[in-house]
Design a protein around this ligand. Structure first.
Ligand code: PEP
Ligand code: CO
Length: 447
């Protein structure tokens, strides 16, 4: 029997090679936590998951654009009102700019409410002759460099679940209460918005949208429109025991849903078509994302599509390429051509962050704004030249005024990075850089 046709169960991933899992010393405590997690209510619902699938199908057909963004790694300490609202504000501002500039609806997907587990290139980290397990995200262990902090702790799985629920609850309350109302864009202003070199251009677009809204509402007989905007969540489905505990059947629907998030994605390091992560995701009804790095060739990508999306359903599979500005021109075109020729209905997003990371002399991981823009510009062209379309972007960003990526209109240099480098993992675009990038994307690619 071929692997793809073998029976699937929520735990069938356990028979496959499973990379990037923590090594828990106390397996009894782990089992107890997983039983608790399996009893707790789901974080999202199957209705929402199905709705996102439909929206992604529209994006795949060229009728919407996807904005996926948030932290590289959420931190428990950042499960706070102002951090959550600031992230929502920057995503709302970016989505307004994109809708206005590109003249198409935007599907908003946060990298939040569950983005707590991180794959690492090395299992251990050595400092001054001392070697400890690597930090794998707050849901596994702590970032401090001590044996106690780095010990994987099963209780953290419950805390990750709780912080995800608290974040989602607050976001839902804000959105339902009117925070995302297009009539009140003033709610979205950030304290440091005025210092952005692009504030004036943003304001001009806001005024344009307000006028268009007045016009539309006059046409509709004075009925207010666009009072709310939907937000969906996504995270890397890395810790399969955690994801399995949240995977359920629901009444009156076929199949299984991972209800820890709307859209789980498979990271670049765990995307082996025969590996545990692909096996787990293959049996879910959720839309699935897969990161595609420069080492993936057409054959492997076709095998992934066959395994994850045997029915070739629009909205099911999102491929998030992350090649780097120097490689995208060579590595992406054969992949796009192979899937086009195989008549595959995949949605393509570009992650211009993860292929453009480098370390500075004083040990910061950073990314340069120009490299990010260059990869994005090339990606739009490559898809268009192949007769297709880039359907959206996947970004690491924050609403905070951090200094983690260089460049942008404020011309941040490597010397500036020490000032406000707060990420424990990858560098994020700050508020001004995020808005600037949205303004660029609004001008790029086909309408
Ligand atoms: C990430 O999205 O933070 C990540 C680790 O990406 P990738 O799997 O593409 O390296
Ligand atoms: Co990252």
């Amino acid at each position: 029997m071929s692997l793809a046709a073998a029976p699937w169960a929520p735990d069938s991933w356990k028979s496959r090679p499973c990379l990037q899992q923590p090594d828990y010393a106390d397996t009894r405590a782990l089992r107890t936590v997983l039983v608790q997690l399996a009893r707790l209510p789901p974080l999202v619902t199957s209705w929402e998951v199905e709705k996102l699938r439909q929206r992604l199908a529209l994006a795949q057909q060229g009728r919407a654009f996807v904005l996926q963004g948030g932290d590289c790694a959420e931190q428990f300490a950042d499960c706070r009102d102002n951090i959550i609202t600031n992230r929502l504000k920057v995503l709302l501002q970016m989505s307004l700019v994109l809708t206005h500039g590109r003249r198409e609806p935007v599907v908003r997907i946060g990298r939040y409410a569950g983005q707590y587990a991180k794959p690492r290139s090395s299992d251990t980290e050595t400092r001054d002759g001392i070697t400890l397990p690597s930090y794998r995200g707050d849901i596994v262990n702590g970032p401090e460099f001590s044996a106690a902090a780095r010990e994987p702790d099963p209780e953290r799985l419950l805390r990750g679940y709780a912080c995800s629920a608290l974040t989602l609850n607050f976001v839902r309350g804000l959105v339902d209460g009117g925070f995302a109302d297009l009539h009140h864009t003033e709610y979205w202003n950030l304290a440091w918005a005025g210092s952005s070199p692009h504030a004036a251009e943003y304001e001009r677009r806001v005024r344009d949208v307000a006028q268009a809204l007045t016009f539309m509402e006059a046409l509709a007989g004075g009925v207010p429109q666009y009072r709310r905007m939907d937000f969906y969540t996504a995270h890397e489905a890395l810790l399969l025991a955690y994801e399995q505990a949240q995977t359920r059947r629901v009444p009156r629907r076929d199949g299984w849903y991972d209800l820890s998030t709307h859209m789980p994605w498979i990271g670049a390091r765990t995307s082996d078509p025969d590996g545990a992560h692909v096996e787990f995701c293959r049996g879910l009804r959720n839309p699935i994302g897969v990161k595609v790095g420069p080492d993936v060739g057409p054959e492997r990508l076709l095998a992934l599509c066959e395994r994850l999306d045997p029915e070739n359903e629009p909205g099911r599979l999102t491929l998030i390429h992350r090649m780097g500005a120097a490689k995208v021109g060579e590595r992406l075109p054969p992949l796009v051509a192979a899937l086009r020729d195989a008549h595959r209905h995949v949605l393509w997003l570009c992650d211009p962050m993860h292929g453009n990371t480098h370390s500075t002399a004083n040990g910061h991981k950073t990314r340069d704004f120009d490299a990010i823009c260059s990869e994005l510009t090339q990606a739009f062209d490559i898809h268009r030249d192949a007769g297709g379309r880039l359907g959206g972007v996947h970004l690491e960003l924050t609403g905070e005024d951090v200094t983690e990526c260089t460049g942008g209109a404020a011309e941040l240099t490597e010397e500036d990075l020490d000032r406000a480098f707060r990420s424990h993992v990858d560098p994020r675009l700050n508020y001004a850089q995020s808005l600037e990038l949205a303004l660029r994307i609004a001008e790029l690619g086909p309408r």
